[in-house]
Design a protein around this ligand. Structure first.
Ligand code: HEC
Length: 182
């Protein structure tokens, strides 16, 4: 009887220890940008939650997130699993001297099309396999050309800057701030 009790307790203990996240992890996960794909319909479906004029680079950053994460994100809580943030840069229209033109609200005016796209996505169990000084929670990063082709560039700087500046905000910048403020 005592032995059964012990076995039962041990099993309960194991269940309690088993992280539920591991059970949801996509099978065959390996670290890297290949995990992130731009959904074919992202421009029609994703929500643009912020737009930032970058005077130093004469670009306009358009920040998009998938509607599921937009709805589920809660102030003060980590961003939801399944969050995919897409940052698409457009060139700012400039005058003859190279100075960005501004609209009536004082904002830059975007030239059509994107010149670069960056993405970060969070899924259960992602990030496992990165060294602790690099790991950004459960986030992966990826870089694409303006037309959406994958750029096979080193992404160490993405991890490094986001972990340094934003480890306390679930490694996100504007989307975290947006969720806190709404
Ligand atoms: C030197 C710091 C730095 C580096 C390097 C960096 N980022 Fe960021 N990232 C930022 C900042 C700051 C923002 C907020 C947007 C802005 O103001 O430009 C941002 C925003 C983002 C966003 C939008 C998420 C949000 O919540 O604002 C994504 C996606 C992103 N970065 C992906 C990447 C990827 C991919 C790389 C590497 C190719 C990268 N970043 C490299 C600083 C950095």
């Amino acid at each position: 009887m005592r032995r059964y009790l012990f076995a039962g307790a041990a099993m309960l203990g194991l269940l309690a220890l088993a992280p539920p996240i591991a059970a949801q992890r996509r099978p065959g996960y390996t670290t890297g940008a290949h995990n992130i794909s731009l959904p074919a319909d992202w421009q029609a479906r994703f929500i643009r939650y912020a737009t930032v004029d970058k005077a130093d680079r004469k670009i306009i950053r358009h920040l998009f997130v998938n509607p599921e994460a937009f709805a589920a994100a809660t102030p003060g809580a980590p961003l939801p699993h399944g969050t995919l943030i897409i940052m698409a840069d457009a060139r700012a229209r400039v005058d003859a001297t190279g100075t960005p033109l501004r609209d009536q609200q004082g904002r830059f005016i975007a030239e059509p099309g994107w010149i670069a796209i960056a993405a970060q996505e969070k899924q259960p169990g992602w990030g496992e396999g990165y060294p602790p000084e690099m790991r950004n929670g459960e986030w992966e990063y990826a870089a694409f050309t303006g037309t959406g082709e994958r750029r096979n560039i080193a992404l160490g700087s993405c991890f490094n800057c986001h972990i340094t500046a934003r480890s306390g905000q679930d490694f996100a910048f504007n989307f975290w701030d947006y969720v806190q403020a709404r």
